[in-house]
Design a binder for this molecule. Structure first.
Ligand code: HSE
Length: 406
């Protein structure tokens, strides 16, 4: 099967390398040799073996009937969307790692693939190398999915782990994540929680079979988390993780991306560095958890190439995926509840105690060097109630917690 790879960045070059490295075993599994006939990129790569197959325009790929499968690893919505749509309309399967594209146009592209009896596959768009899309589509089909909670951004988990375990600064940890090829071109997408939001939109759309718009998801990143927060977390036997959560409560659906304090009895607690993990709760199965490298060249390429193998195995048949373009209305996040860990200036201790009845003080040893503050955990309350109360204080920071003051 002849394929084209669009984009020769971290993922695209990883796909070419993976196909080369595991050529024989991939051929066995796919039932045929996979050959990269074109690589599309605007740049030149002098001396690189792909030079001979490098093209700078999409047209020759679109018009070449020998190309049965297109790997899209360009990132961003345009021109990726136009190229992917044209490929599908011309009867070529598409495998992509592009979460932005899938979150925005997944339903439409899946429908075109269905009509054309080809496949639009996007395992690598969530959780890097972790199989999660295929399990949701094919293995967990007997269950109603009640909740999906995950660490789905490798860059932020890498930064938080470095800050928590090694006392690294945010800036240095981010720089390292960029050097390792984990971060997005514009790392704001990682640290502000947008990348995790897009991945959550994909997961919840697949879990509920309807369109969850990423713009409707409440997203809060990690830029306000400081070394002081980690000192308190440590004193509480907890860690801070950026969690993406989609939850169904009766007929209401919630979706949020926020930093959260979790304790060591939470299965996501030990997930460190670039690793991602996704915990799914089914109404029959109970909990099932997926774990692995969430970003990086070869882990992500591995998931893309597995999709290419699937495309080869399913030539002429569409693998059904339920994701209609009917919009799923999310409930107001102000109704969702949690405990809140809060830090205020020490002069506000009495006001805090009056405002948040039943709060639990959080103390850290003097050796921590943190002075002049009063920190506490609130009882469980809605986001609305917390916001109404917090305006009466000078909140230095507040982080949602999976437990609360009892
Ligand atoms: N920037 C993304 C992350 C890449 O850090 O998870 C993988 O989607």
């Amino acid at each position: 099967m002849k394929i084209a790879v669009l984009g020769y960045g971290t993922i695209g070059s990883g796909v070419v390398e993976a196909i080369e490295t595991n050529r024989e075993s991939i051929a066995k599994r796919a039932g045929k040799e996979i050959e990269v006939k074109y690589v599309l990129d605007l740049r030149e790569f002098p001396g690189n073996p792909i030079e001979d197959i490098l093209v700078h325009e999409f047209a020759p790929i679109a018009q070449d009937d020998e190309i049965e499968c297109v790997v899209e690893a360009m990132g961003g919505v345009e021109p990726a969307y136009s190229y992917v749509k044209e490929s599908l309309l011309r009867g070529k399967s598409v495998c992509t790692s592009n979460k932005e594209l899938v979150a925005k146009h997944g339903a439409e592209l899946l429908e075109i693939a269905r009509q054309k009896k080809v496949n639009f596959l996007f395992e690598a768009s969530v959780g890097g190398g972790i199989p999660i899309i295929r399990p949701l589509n094919q293995s967990l089909t007997a269950d109603e999915i009640m909740e999906i909670t995950g660490i789905v951004n490798g860059t932020t988990n890498y930064i938080l782990t470095k800050m928590s375990r090694e006392g690294a600064t945010f800036e240095n940890a981010l720089k390292e994540a960029q050097e390792l090829g984990y971060a997005e071109r514009n790392p704001a997408a990682d640290v502000e929680g947008y990348d995790a939001g897009r991945k959550l939109a994909i997961l919840t759309s697949l879990a509920y079979g309807m369109q969850v718009d990423y713009e409707d998801i409440y997203m809060e990143g990690i830029t306000k988390i400081t070394d002081v927060d980690f000192k308190y977390a440590q004193a509480m036997g907890a860690d801070i993780k950026l969690l993406a959560t989609g939850k169904r409560t009766g007929d209401s659906f919630y979706a949020m991306v926020t930093p959260k304090l979790i304790r060591d009895d939470n299965p996501l607690y030990p997930v460190r560095g670039v690793f991602n993990s996704i915990l799914v709760k089914g109404n029959l199965l109970g909990d099932v958890m997926f774990y692995g490298s969430g970003a990086g060249k070869l882990p992500t390429a591995s998931a893309v190439v597995a999709d290419v193998v699937d495309a080869a195995k399913h030539k002429g048949t569409n693998i059904m995926t339920i994701w209609s373009n009917k919009k799923l209305a999310l409930s107001d996040r102000m109704d969702s509840e949690s405990g809140f860990f809060v830090r205020v200036p020490e002069e506000e201790e009495e006001t805090a105690k009056a405002v948040f009845a039943g709060l639990e003080e959080v103390r850290i040893p003097a050796s921590s060097g943190v002075v002049g503050e009063f920190a506490f955990m609130t009882p469980k309350m809605s986001e609305r109630e917390f916001a109404e109360k917090a305006v009466r204080l000078t909140v230095l920071n507040r982080i949602r917690a999976e437990w609360d003051a009892q």
